[in-house]
Design a protein around this ligand. Structure first.
Ligand code: GP0
Length: 818
């Protein structure tokens, strides 16, 4: 497929020229440079603009079609979109990639250098934000009339530097050089209020008089699906001072005071909160949530009124998905708009809201569930607080009718009726939504049993599972062209938007020739990964070693520390018997720690300390290398995942809601060593027990040990290997004799060990050694690798999105398959 078919009459004449001609035209007229002076970024911008031109027709066409057919619209509200680079995605989905490559080569340009000149859009923290980005791709591919709403943070997630082994946060400035993909929409502006007071007229009608306000200005990015004909929109809000700079102050000569107002207003979209699984009890964060949620609701209602004149049927035409509780303020905000702006009574407004909103939960960690001090709420959102009290009242009556006792009801209302201290956003989102979903079968089950137990008894049909997925365009087709070509050669390219077709390569898993070709692709990807490691860290890797990779946010429950303890034990074992027949290994770690999470930062330091000792030990040589790659992001993942042999998914069972990295690795043929947690459980069902390497306690066993507060000391006593590791960490073996550095680390692991590193250690070790042996049997390893790729098709986010569309949104979409 080449350039887009011309669909819109008024653009028919616009680009009859080739992609290369458009690029040259943009280089001169948009970038303002000639070829002789253009650098990689200039070419990147020119190419991006040429591609963007070709998306616009499909975009306008999609918009018109949805409007004309009155297709049900889906709005995905998310504080985070972890997009990464867009150029290759768009080239791929529009079928322009090979034309672009040919052109760049004809200009003597290196394709990778030009593509890499785009900054990652890293408007998120981790899995939750990346899921939102995969969903945008899949909504466009499956033809859902889907729009993403979020915040156009001026600064995305911090850049991670490593200094003397410690994480150092540096500012990120992705917009510095501009964003080629966005369209500023200065005409789409909403006034968002905060503070002030509420008055009631004789009829009891409420009016909120905010004491301050900021403007939300829209910026749009087109999101093209596979083959480019359905193009959705990602609309991100940027904050702007209401009105112009205060001229009175300005004329008084106090320019600084006037400028200060502007800075204050604009801080709302200044920076992404860098916490992951950590709720920020900060006023600014609450304002960010209100800011984008309110703007998005106003915007979608304005669009609704273009087709309908009555909000009674809102839920028939619009479905809103709340990505975690971050946009949960949508519940009282929608009710407020319905009541105060459109004259609905409370009961009717609540009913409409509950037909329109849906909530996705991403974690059971109790400390990660958002709650806001009631007083803060009252100060910033006095009208919303009144409405929340009305919701709690209505909920109370429902609960009594259903026979719940007072005690239980108090525990699940948005605000505890006696304590009156917090507004609990999870409860609010649950009560105000039509459906509530978990992100893997296990996680959904645990939601019913634990955090939402009582709400679930009251509304037994509300909780539903939607297992996460990943987009096969970015996470196979683009990041692994070698494997994509090999697969397409065998079964055609239907798998790209119907990933379960990968099943067709199953019979080839035992075919010697195919195995050899598959593993040659893997070897090339490992070399690409080794080259990146060398450039970024100077460490030279032995590409015959098992590339063992753990990449994700640094967290105790994800247990990078269990991995590094196993690494030390392996180091000790090799050192005790350097002439043994060791299977060489490379341990690769990457991931950011929340800036305030000291223990996570200490884990990074420990990894780097161990790396320094191991990598410089002449007894060890090529048998073991340890690498920490700084500043993990989407683009780095695109190199790491195809180059991995082994994928570490070793969270404490019951704590990782789903995981999505686990899916990307297995799809690209890495074998998984993991616990029975999150989506690993369903991966086991799909790839079969012989092809995934499960160890350790299950969620019930973990819960039982945690409940009992079982101490790790007994276990450590019986394990000389583990004991030696703990001694070394304490005696300064890895810290130049500093016996202080890891004191907190050791007491965490040896005294409390809430995340069960010690009890799972032995089975983790045993499984690693089993994998060492398996790697030696290269045909067997190849067979399992191929079977992983062949059987991971179900984990496409296209499947996830179709399932949301059918079971939650009741929204039309294209069906898959021939
Ligand atoms: C969940 F609560 N997730 C949170 C959070 O604050 N940040 C975040 O990234 C993740 C889960 O940890 C997950 O299990 C899940 O797959 C993802 O949300 C999307 O549902 C990541 O491994």
């Amino acid at each position: 497929m080449n350039a887009m078919p011309h669909k819109i009459d008024d653009t028919r004449e616009l680009h009859e020229d080739s992609l290369g001609e458009s690029v040259l035209r943009h280089l001169i007229y948009s970038v303002g440079k000639d070829k002789a002076h253009a650098d990689a970024r200039d070419w990147n911008v020119a190419l991006s603009l040429a591609v963007r031109d070709r998306m616009v027709e499909g975009w306008i066409d999609t918009t018109r079609r949805i409007y004309k057919n009155k297709q049900k619209r889906v709005y995905y509200l998310s504080m985070e979109f972890m997009i990464g680079r867009m150029l290759e995605d768009n080239l791929t989905n529009l079928g322009l990639l090979s034309e672009a490559k040919t052109f760049l080569k004809s200009q003597n340009l290196d394709v990778t250098t030009v593509i890499n000149a785009e900054q990652d859009a890293a408007l998120g923290n981790g899995g939750l934000g990346r899921l939102a980005a995969c969903f945008m791709d899949s909504m466009a591919t499956t033809g859902v009339a889907g729009m993403g709403y979020g915040i156009r943070y001026q600064h995305g997630i911090f850049r991670q530097a490593v200094e003397d082994g410690w994480q150092v946060e540096e500012p990120e400035d992705w917009l510095f050089a501009g964003n080629s993909w966005e369209f500023r929409r200065p005409e789409v502006v909403y006034e968002i209020g905060f503070g002030g007071h509420v008055t009631h007229d004789e009829d009891g009608k409420a009016t909120w008089h905010p004491s301050e306000s900021v403007q939300a200005v829209a910026f749009d990015m087109p999101i093209a699906g596979w083959e480019g004909d359905h193009v959705n929109t990602l609309r991100l809000w940027s904050a702007r001072q209401s009105g112009m700079m205060n001229l009175d102050t300005f004329n008084d000569g106090d320019f600084m005071a006037a400028a200060r107002q502007q800075v204050l207003a604009e801080t709302i979209s200044k920076v992404l909160y860098p916490g992951d699984h950590t709720p920020q009890g900060r006023e600014l964060r609450l304002k960010q949530e209100v800011f984008f949620t309110s703007a998005s609701l106003h915007d979608l209602l304005r669009r609704f009124f273009a087709n309908y004149d009555n909000l009674d049927t809102l839920g028939d035409h619009v479905a809103v998905q709340l990505n975690d509780t971050h946009p949960a303020i949508a519940v009282p905000e929608l009710i407020r708009i319905l009541m105060d702006d459109h004259g609905y009574d409370f009961d009717h407004a609540l009913k409409i809201t509950r037909e329109t909103l849906h909530y996705t939960n991403h974690t059971l960690l109790p400390e990660a569930l958002e709650k806001w001090p009631r007083d803060l709420f009252e100060q910033i959102l006095p009208r919303h607080l009144q409405i929340i009290n009305m919701i709690d009242g209505a909920f109370y009556r429902e609960a009594i009718e259903k026979g719940l006792d007072h005690h239980i009801i108090a525990g699940i209302q948005a605000i505890h009726p006696h304590q009156q201290d917090w507004v609990r956003m999870g409860n609010l989102a649950f009560i105000g939504s039509r459906k509530v979903n978990g992100v893997s079968a296990l996680h959904t089950e645990l939601m019913k049993q634990t955090v939402f137990h009582d709400l679930h008894t009251m509304y037994p049909d509300k909780i539903i599972n939607q297992t996460n997925g990943v987009t096969p365009r970015r996470w196979l087709l683009e990041c692994n062209p070698g494997l994509s070509d090999l697969v397409t050669e065998q079964i055609g390219d239907g798998w790209i938007d119907d990933l379960e077709q990968l099943k067709e390569i199953e019979p080839l898993a035992t075919d010697a020739d195919f195995q050899q070709r598959y593993m040659a692709v893997k070897a090339a990807n490992k070399q690409r990964l080794a080259d990146m490691v060398k450039t970024r860290t100077g460490v030279i890797l032995n590409s015959d070693a098992i590339f063992d990779v753990q990449i994700k946010r640094i967290h105790e429950y994800k247990r990078q520390h269990m991995n590094i303890l196993e690494t030390i034990a392996l180091y000790n074992a090799i050192k005790a018997n350097p002439d043994g027949d060791w299977q060489p290994r490379v341990k690769i770690f990457a991931g950011k720690a929340a800036p305030s999470y000291f223990f996570a930062k200490l884990i990074i330091k420990l990894i780097n300390d161990v790396a320094k000792v191991v990598n410089n030990d002449p007894d060890i040589g090529d048998k073991l290398k340890v690498v920490f790659l700084p500043n993990y992001n989407v683009s780095m993942a695109e190199i790491l995942i195809p180059g991995a042999d082994l994928s570490e998914q070793i969270s404490t069972a019951g704590f990782e809601a789903s995981g999505t990295g686990n899916m990307k690795f297995a799809l690209n043929g890495a074998l998984t060593i993991g616990t029975l947690d999150g989506a690993n459980v369903e991966m086991l069902e799909h790839v079969d027990a012989e092809n995934i390497f499960i160890f350790g306690m299950n969620a019930d066993e973990v819960a039982e040990r945690q409940h009992r507060r079982a101490r790790p000391s007994e276990i450590i006593k019986t394990s000389p290997a583990l004991q030696q590791v703990m001694t070394q960490i304490g005696d300064g073996t890895f810290s130049d004799g500093d016996t202080d550095r890891y004191r907190d680390f050791l007491s965490n692991v040896t005294e409390h060990d809430y995340f069960q590193v010690v009890p799972d250690f032995q089975s983790y070790w045993d499984m690693q050694r089993h994998l060492d042996a398996l790697y030696g049997q290269s045909e067997k390893w190849a067979e399992k690798t191929i079977l992983n790729t062949a059987r991971m098709g179900w984990f496409s986010s296209d499947r996830t999105i179709r399932s949301y569309a059918d079971q939650i949104w009741r929204a039309p979409h294209k069906t898959s398959g021939p």
